[in-house]
Ligand binder design. Sequence first.
Ligand code: ZN
Length: 261
Amino acid sequence: MSMNLNLLKKPLLTKRGLNNVKLAGREAWESTVFQLTIYTLAICFLLFYPVNYILAPFTSISVSLVMGFAIGIFLHRGFVHKQFQTYSWLQKPALFIASMVMFTTSIRWSFAHMYHHKFVDTDQDPHNPMSIGLIGSAFPIFWNKFPVSMRDMLRLKGHFKDPYHKFMEKYFAFVVVGFYSLLALISFEFFVYFVLGCALTNIFVAMVNQLHAWGNPEGVWWSLISGGEGFHNKHHENMRDYKDGSPFIWFIEMVKKNERR
Ligand SMILES: [Zn+2]
């Protein structure tokens, strides 16, 4: 349950060049089990928990928007594509929330996403919706194999040394269970709404993964439910620029660290 770094390091130590691996076979199962648990809990809460119908939608949607920002802006744009630099005290909690919602670590997500860009719309794209469909896009156990190159391993080498990422890679499943247990102990009602928000966000994430099969529809309304992914074509044209992040460019500029001159 705790070994992930070794899996990532293995091709680096043993192979030169490309090595066709399905990244994180067991981790994909781990994510899927957590996702299914969240969906099951969400359905149970909707059916059996005395949900406050004013507070529940408000809290769950607000939580889901925060999760969308954590995933779309801090993890996707900031961490993976390095479109902007931000403060560590802001980035780490955001990456943590993204991990608690998508049930994967920033490093694992980063690998999958880099290969999504590199092999988009082919079967080496981890979540090519043309071949795996919406359900396939939603659950990592159905994702395609993709080659991990030495260069990409080295590119992420710095993260392996970061205590936060090291800890997350080592104890990820325990962290997830601990986090949700703590939430339930602190406030069960908030836990319920957080779970509902999390289920909602996972549906949005699956929809974003599905975008290529839908001809990359564009529009601000897409951005609103996907943390700024409403202009996906433009993002694929230039992944280092956050200017396609409308209508959240103001937010990126607010959290962006100004470079020292
Ligand atoms: Zn991207």
